[in-house]
Design a binder for this molecule. Sequence first.
Ligand code: ZN
Ligand code: ZN
Length: 165
Amino acid sequence: MECNKNHHQMAHVHHSGYCNGKLFKDAAFDALKAAHCRITRPRLAVIECLAQATVPLSPKNIYEYVLQNNDDKIDQVSVYRILETFIQLNLIHQVFPSGDYLPCTTSCEKNSNHIILNCIHCGKVTEIDIDGNDILKIYEYIKNKIYFLPAKNRIQIDGMCHSCQ
Ligand SMILES: [Zn+2]
Ligand SMILES: [Zn+2]
């Protein structure tokens, strides 16, 4: 990515509660500014696409949405590059095994963990906030006993959502 390498130290996204389209947009602007990344038109177009997303999107979904909703030409390689930048900034998460992209909806000010619940039955994906203490204990343990320094706090839990059980 073409941005400042130290972005992950400073670009902590501050948004509160459930992140609707507008809040995601603000969070994205703030994170890009903090990382000294310009808000280019292609980046803006991808942000607008992700802001209205209710399910994880593939790069192809995003590419097609941007083509339909913008006058600018964008190529698929640019979409991949932009998504890689947003991943680095913790603005979006990849859900596996599809690898599709989900805008981050957790309140990072209270809790910098990203816990993604993936229903293997209906494909519904939600990101939740948990009181960080117990989760942080796991990271402390990994750091102090295993001497592995956790950098990115993202956990995906596969299972079945309430309506699928
Ligand atoms: Zn998140
Ligand atoms: Zn489900």
